[in-house]
Design a protein around this ligand. Structure first.
Ligand code: FAD
Length: 403
């Protein structure tokens, strides 16, 4: 067996790796950009075809309409600090663990290793808080989750929708004691791209990153700015100038925001739509039109799509400030609940140039994205200035009407 499914469609979910009875499959980095694909060792393969039987590319999972939509933030502000947005995912995880259950989620072990791990204590589970803007390695966590399910434990598995699809196909049946939580996701770069970028910026400063270095991608504490984009970065240590870490100077995060560096399949992601495969979907509630939830730390969107997911949401919401909103509002405000990320024009060149010159390839490729970004920023600034006083606002409206 040469290839399990085509590279354009493979999500790297690792269902094939987990199911193989002969351990004939490894998840291997490919090429300079290092996206991970399954590799079959022909000498071990017995052609049982189980890898194809669990592959979501050949066997798409069921998708369900969201039943409700909630805007929410964790009541406990200290929990919000490390969370990606409103802390919904870790609040749900906490409920499962406090009831004796097990949680699976993604952890930044160090800048070279972002992996799914198993948690049975709340303190350890906090390690999974925060978005890691990179593909998390599933390892053998599907197998571990199956063992927990068979032992009758409550299991919450969190991840991107393609990882939840992989788990569902691997398990091959529903379990009453399983809850799946997915994140709205616009695509994942490879761990190699992140590793290369961290090493590149350290090299620019004549330094080498420590093996145990951890990076984070959202800076909600120190950047008191209303411009959310400026809170994104590859944040490392004080020895590295801030401008090398933060959007739009940090090339890894800027290429991520520009959608240049995702796995190929992300540009045709079948899960980037309102119907969901998880029991609960969480995201940033970008299009929130209510006014009950303070937005200082970011607002979580919770979208339960099964009766089980809704019941779990109802357990966690008393620990959060929340407001029910129309499902439509949530979908309208979030592009990733409507369609996959667009494949940028520069994508093919990126793949070639990264192979040739690595991290140095980004700057020219990001030029047009940054031009458009700055134009948008300028428009926003002008709009703010115009509406900053009643007089300027009045004059502007007058001029527009006289046009
Ligand atoms: C690659 C990526 C792209 C995203 N794109 C969007 C987007 O376009 N629009 C949008 O609204 N939201 C997006 N999100 C989701 C958003 O950033 C938050 O993760 C989400 O709102 C949950 O926030 P929280 O405060 O509830 O989570 P927290 O309480 O902080 O918990 C974080 C949760 O995310 C999981 N997680 C973190 N990183 C990964 C990863 N790399 N792979 C799998 N699971 C991970 C953890 O296991 C944990 O369950 C994206 C997240 C990721 C990881």
């Amino acid at each position: 067996m040469e290839e399990i499914c085509s590279r354009e469609k493979c999500t790297g979910c690792s269902a094939c790796y987990n199911v193989c009875p002969k351990s004939a499959i490894s998840m291997v980095e490919s090429g300079a950009a290092g996206y991970v694909y399954p590799q079959v060792d022909a000498s071990k393969c017995i052609d049982c075809n189980l890898c194809r039987k669990v592959c979501p590319v050949f066997h798409p999972v069921n998708l369900n309409e969201p039943l409700k939509a909630y805007a929410a933030t964790c009541k406990n502000e200290s929990h919000l600090v490390g969370s990606a947005s409103g802390g919904a995912a870790s609040s749900i995880a906490e409920i499962i663990i406090r009831n004796g259950g097990v949680v699976y989620g993604s952890v930044m072990l160090n800048y070279k290793n972002v992996s799914h791990c198993r948690f049975t204590s709340v303190e350890e589970m906090y390690m999974m808080r925060g978005s890691k803007y990179v593909q998390s390695s599933i390892g053998s966590t599907y197998r571990q989750a199956k063992e927990d399910l068979k032992a009758g434990k409550d299991v919450l598995f969190t991840g991107t929708a393609c990882q939840i699809a992989g788990l569902r196909n691997y398990l091959h049946r529903d379990y009453e004691n399983l809850w799946c939580l997915d994140l709205v996701c616009h695509g994942v770069p490879s761990q190699k791209l992140l590793r290369d970028n961290v090493e590149f910026i350290y090299a620019q400063c004549g330094q080498t990153p420590a093996r145990e270095l951890k990076v984070h991608f959202r800076d909600i504490l120190s950047t008191q700015t209303s411009n959310l984009d400026l809170r994104f970065g590859v944040f490392t240590e004080n020895t590295i100038p801030r401008k090398l870490q933060i959007f739009p100077k940090n090339t890894y995060i800027t290429a991520f925001m520009a959608g240049l560096t995702f796995r190929e399949n992300c540009y045709s992601c079948p899960y980037a739509q309102p119907k969901r495969t998880a029991d609960i979907t969480v995201a940033d509630f970008w299009g929130y039109l209510g006014n009950e939830i303070p937005s200082g730390w970011g607002i979580s969107l919770l979208l339960p799509s099964s009766a089980k997911g809704l019941a779990l949401c109802e357990k966690v919401l008393p620990y959060m400030n929340f407001e029910e909103r129309p499902v439509n509002e949530a979908v309208k405000g979030n592009g990733q609940l409507q369609h996959p990320s667009l494949r940028p024009e520069e994508r093919d060149r990126f793949l070639i140039e990264y192979e040739r010159i690595g991290d140095q390839c980004y700057k020219p490729l990001l030029k047009s994205y940054l031009r458009k970004y700055r134009k948008r920023q300028l428009k926003e600034l002008i709009r703010k200035i115009i509406h900053s006083t009643p007089v300027s606002s009045f004059v502007w409206n007058k001029l527009r009407h006289n046009k």
